[in-house]
Structure formats: structure tokens, C-alpha cells
Design a protein around this ligand. Structure first.
Ligand SMILES: Nc1ncnc2c1ncn2[C@@H]1O[C@H](COP(=O)(O)OP(=O)(O)OP(=O)(O)O)[C@@H](O)[C@H]1O
Length: 575
């Protein structure tokens, strides 16, 4: 889109929306400093996970019995969308946006980009599986013993070799085990859960779903942003092509009636953002009795204090099989220990934990540079960098929605073709922006953290952190929009001495572990800045995350393939 449209959807109050609260926090990601879909946050409550702003309705005490009973004010909040537009937008206009259907032709369904020169280097990445009786990893797709249709789809998708997270997760999921998997950005986590789930469904002889007012899917996949659930849906549609499994996607910012129409036509795999999912469950369009698989993608985000309450409600909904009766799968590139502990409530006690990759999860295929740039020099520096970059696709991350518009407009004035994506833009505009960026019409996308996770866009060669995020995990996700699937990428971050010092220590660790140059000035700040609770040494762990159960007697390293075992020095640095 062009510069003229940039401000169309911004109301004055949205600029001050507390979504944009730049309050810094360290470590454990709080929703308070991120730009997330407001409608997905509609049921934020207090209780266990805390709250950043009052719930729009409901008791706000996090008492799951409210949702179990299906009555009371929380249930009213589920209804609100139908009764006057979006749940998040009770005073706003009714949401009428109906997203265009994705192309139906086979070429578009299977369109993919090439794996990069470093794809084969995945084989050298260290992997550890912890938990009892892990099935051995598989080395090839053939070993997974998938049905012919799935194998055909895998081939048409251009997959010839498994990535490490797929080698380990596929047999674990096929064996019916619960899983928490932590693997670097862009390394194929989506297929790692979709393929074995589809294999199970095919094996169980799923029957074609038919038109029904109440649909009972076998699988629910939740993710934190609309664009990400849509992407997961497209992957599900690709891998289920030619089968009778029907995947459906529903997300906020679109007409509720449209979501319902998609569902009633049949639904085996439901890809959803939490707010819309709870709305649809409240409207009794989705029954949960048949759920066999519950997937939390970007699981640390799905369990943190923003979405945690919704997820707790989801697993307490009437009809939802208990954790013993369903298979629960969690995937992310980051998994803070506090969140892993919360996750235990969702998983069977014997769940397996797979850790793939370097400390902190930063992908080694991304060349990271940190520049000291003060607040008032940032714009000038940005323009200088973008002029040097030329037409290569670049994502520029800023901390607030207001700033995203401001910087995008500024760049357009500088004749740099730019669009923007953030939580205050209408869904239609968000999708348009992403489309314009994907196709190269606007090679620069200014984004808030709403675009930090999961998005898989071909040819993003650069990520610029105009503002550093408040947590190191968010940094890892943001820079992971480039350097995907064995391709190389570059990340440049502006470090402001006035506001970013708390990040120096974890940043040095992430850079060191990804074998990047660490500027001396950054190291100096890191060593002079005491971060309470930050335990990472600059040498750090070998793995992206540590299983919090590690150290308990129940742990072992079953499933460790000898070719991928860490060396003893690395092993020592595990804790
Ligand atoms: N085995 C494979 N062979 C070739 N391409 C693959 C393979 N597995 C995944 N891909 C492709 O790699 C890209 C990245 O995959 P995906 O989006 O699942 O990564 P991810 O690990 O979920 O990343 P993030 O942490 O950012 O969410 C996608 O385009 C996907 O189609």
C-alpha cells in the first residue's frame, strides 16, 4: 500500500493504547509490552496469569469453573462478538471483513521457496530429547511410514530431507506422546506437528466431514496472531491435499458469520486465534468431544500472561478431553523456564522435551550486527541502511503501533516504498500490507511485534530492529524472520544506551552462542550491568532451551542419536 493510506485506521486513542506500553521487562515475556491482536486478548483475566488491563467482562478471577458451567459473564463475553461486532471492539463498528479465499489451484497450494545453502548444516545441530522412553529419531521421510497421499504432498511441497525438529518430533507424535519442542526459527516446526497428526488421522480412517451446525474437529491448532494461524492453515491445507481431512481457519478482525460458514461446512483441523476460538465455542459451533490433538504453536506466547487465561479456559471447556485423553503438542523457538512450568498443567506428566539448536535459539544463518544508535539518530541511520540495501526485502521492527505508522510514513516520504503491519490496522489492511510485502511491491515492512513470530515470508533478507524489543526471546523471534530454512539473512539492531542496557547481557549471550562478533562496547555494558535473575553465561548452554525437569531423577537423554550427541564440554555447560 502507499503512504496515503497509512493513517486510515488509526484513531487518536489507539496511539495511546496500552498495547503499546513500552514498559520494559526482562526475561519472562509479558503481553504488556507487545502489540498483539486486541480481540485475541478479550478475555484477559487476573488470577494465575495476572492481567495488564481489566477484562472487558467476566469475573476476572481466572476461575475456570465459570467457563465449565458455560454461564455467567465470561460466557457473555463470548457472545459479544455476535451481538455487535468484534469482542474487542464493542464500541467500534461491526466487523464485516471477509478475507479473500486462498487460490485453489495446485501450483499455488504447493508453491514454496527453495531451501538455502545451509540446509544441510542442520544435520550438525545438536539435539537432545529428555523424558522417559523416547522413540528413536527417524532419518528420512520413508522411515515415518506415512501414507502415499501424504508422501506425494511432501514431495510436491519440495521437501526431500527432514529437519532436526522433524526427525525427532514426528516419531514422538506418531507414538502418541505429548511433546514440548524447542527449535530454532525457520527450521520446520509446522510440518513437524502437521505431518504426524495427519498421518494419525489418515490411519484412523477419518470420514469426510459434512455440513453440520455443530462441528467436532479432531485437532485444534492455536497460535497468537491472525497472520500466523492463516499461514498454518495454508500448510495444513497443503499437506492434507487430496485427503478427506478438511482444515479450517478462523481469526479475529474478520466477520464472525464468515468464520461460522467456514466451520459448518466441515472441520477436522481447526486453526484459530484464541479470541475467535472462544467466541465460536461459546456460540456452540464447535464441540470439543472429538479433540485428539491440541497444538499450541508459539507455545510460550500462548501460555504467558496474555493468552494463558484463554488457554486455561479452553482446556476447561465442556467436552474438552482431559490431558490424559488428548495429545498436547507445544512448539516454539523459545521456552522460558517459568512458562515451561505452567505448561505442565496442559501436558501428561511423561511428556517429552526436544531441544534443538543453539543457546537462546538464534539461528546461525542470520548474521547479527548491533549498532549503538541513539533515539534521535535512528531515522537517519535507517534511511542510510535502507538505501544501501536497495530493493531487498526488509522488515523493520519498532516498539509501538504509533511509531510503526510514523516510521512507515517517514520512509514513504523518503521515497522508500514501505508498508506497515500492527494491531491497530484493520485486518484487511494487515493482509494487504503482508501481500504487498510478500510480492515485493513494498520491499520494506515496518512492523510491531505482531509480526515477530512465525511468519514465513520468502526472501526476507534483512531484519532491522529500529527499537530493540523488551525481551531477548522476542529478539530471537524477530531476527528469525530472515535466515529461514537454510537461507542466509542479516539482522541489524539499533542499541540505544538510554533504554536498552538491560538487554546487553542476554544479547551478548545470544550473539556469542550464534558465533557472531560481539562489539567491545556491548560486552562492556553487559559486564557492568547487573541483571537480577539472569543466569546465562556468555558461553552458555548448547541448547535453545532447557527442560525444566532436568535434574530430576525421572530424566534421561533417551533418544539421543549418537551422531547428534553434544561433546562432553557442551554437555557440562547444559545447566
Ligand atoms: N523438510 C523440509 N524441507 C524443505 N523445506 C522445509 C522443510 N520443513 C520446513 N520447510 C520450509 O521451511 C520454512 C520454515 O518452516 P516453518 O515456518 O515451519 O518454521 P518454524 O520452525 O515454525 O519457524 P518459526 O519459529 O519462525 O515459527 C517453510 O517455508 C517450510 O515450508
Amino acid at each position: 500500500m502507499g503512504p496515503r493510506n497509512l493513517f486510515l485506521t488509526n484513531s487518536p486513542e489507539s496511539s495511546n493504547d496500552c498495547e503499546d506500553n513500552p514498559t520494559r521487562n526482562r526475561g519472562f515475556s509479558k503481553r504488556g509490552d507487545n502489540d498483539l491482536d486486541p480481540d485475541e486478548c478479550m478475555q484477559r483475566t487476573g488470577g494465575l496469569f495476572g492481567s495488564r488491563r481489566p477484562a472487558l467482562s467476566g469475573t476476572g478471577n481466572g476461575d475456570t469453573s465459570q467457563s465449565r458451567s458455560g454461564s455467567g459473564s465470561e460466557r457473555d463475553s463470548w457472545k459479544s462478538e455476535a451481538e455487535g461486532g468484534e469482542s474487542n471492539d464493542i464500541q467500534g463498528p461491526k466487523v464485516t471483513y471477509i478475507p479473500p479465499p486462498p487460490p485453489e489451484d495446485e501450483d499455488s497450494i504447493f508453491a514454496h521457496y527453495q531451501t538455502g545453502i545451509n540446509f544441510d548444516k542442520y544435520d550438525t545441530i545438536l539435539v537432545e530429547v529428555s523424558g522417559h522412553d523416547a522413540p528413536p529419531a527417524i532419518l528420512t521421510f520413508e522411515e515415518a511410514n506415512l501414507c502415499q497421499t501424504l508422501n506425494n504432498n511432501i514431495a510436491k511441497a519440495g521437501y526431500t530431507k527432514l529437519t532436526p525438529v522433524q526427525k525427532y518430533s514426528i516419531p514422538i507424535i506418531l507414538a502418541g506422546r505429548d511433546l514440548m519442542a524447542c527449535a530454532q526459527t525457520g527450521s520446520g516446526k509446522t510440518a513437524a506437528f502437521l505431518l504426524p497428526i495427519l498421518a494419525h488421522m489418515m490411519h484412523d480412517g477419518i470420514t469426510a466431514s459434512r455440513f453440520k451446525e455443530l462441528q467436532e474437529p479432531e485437532c485444534i491448532i492455536v497460535a497468537p496472531t491472525r497472520e500466523l494461524v492463516n499461514q498454518i492453515y495454508l500448510e495444513a491445507r497443503k499437506f492434507s491435499f487430496g485427503t478427506c481431512v478438511r482444515a479450517v481457519v478462523i481469526y479475529g478482525g474478520t466477520q464472525l458469520g464468515h468464520s461460522i460458514r467456514q466451520i459448518v461446512q466441515g472441520c477436522n483441523i481447526l486453526c484459530a486465534t484464541p479470541g475467535r476460538l472462544m467466541d465460536i465455542i461459546g456460540k456452540e459451533k464447535i464441540g470439543l468431544k472429538q479433540i485428539k490433538y491440541l497444538v499450541l504453536d508459539e507455545a510460550d506466547r500462548m501460555l504467558d500472561m496474555g493468552f494463558g487465561p484463554e488457554m486455561k479456559k479452553l482446556i476447561s471447556c465442556p467436552g474438552m478431553p482431559s490431558k490424559e485423553q488428548r495429545q498436547t503438542l507445544m512448539f516454539s523457538a523459545t521456552f522460558p523456564e517459568e512458562i515451561q512450568r505452567l505448561a505442565a498443567e496442559f501436558l501428561k506428566s511423561n511428556y517429552l522435551f526436544v531441544a534443538v539448536g543453539q543457546v537462546g535459539g538464534a539461528c546461525r544463518d542470520v548474521q547479527q550486527t548491533v549498532l549503538q544508535v541513539g533515539q534521535f539518530s535512528k531515522r537517519e541511520k535507517l534511511v542510510e541502511i535502507l538505501r544501501n540495501i536497495g530493493d531487498e526485502r526488509t522488515m523493520v521492527f519498532v516498539e509501538t503501533k504509533k511509531k510503526a505508522d510514523f516510521i512507515a510514513t517517514f520512509l514513504c516520504q523518503e521515497k522508500i516504498s514501505t508498508t506497515s503491519i500492527h494491531g491497530d490496522r484493520e485486518q484487511r489492511e494487515r493482509e494487504q500490507a503482508l501481500g504487498d510485502f510478500r510480492c515485493g511491491k513494498c520491499p520494506v515492512l515496518v512492523a510491531t511485534s505482531v509480526a515477530a513470530r512465525g511468519l514465513d515470508i520468502e526472501n526476507v533478507q534483512h531484519v532491522i530492529n529500529f527499537d530493540l524489543p523488551s525481551t531477548i526471546d522476542e529478539y530471537v523471534h524477530r531476527i528469525g524472520r530472515t535466515g529461514r530454512c537454510g537461507n542466509t539473512g542479516r539482522a541489524i539492531s539499533f542499541f540505544d544506551l538510554e533504554s536498552d542496557n538491560h538487554l546487553a547481557q542476554p544479547l551478548v549471550k545470544v550473539l556469542t552462542d550464534a558465533q557472531q562478533d560481539v562489539p567491545a562496547w556491548l560486552e562492556e555494558i553487559a559486564f557492568s550491568t547487573y541483571i537480577p535473575g539472569f543466569s546465562g553465561s556468555t558461553r552458555g548452554n548448547v541448547f535453545a532451551s532447557v527442560d525444566t525437569r532436568k535434574g530430576k531423577s525421572s530424566l534421561n537423554t533417551a533418544g539421543f542419536s549418537s551422531s547428534q550427541a553434544p561433546n562432553p564440554v557442551d554437555d557440562e555447560s547444559w545447566d
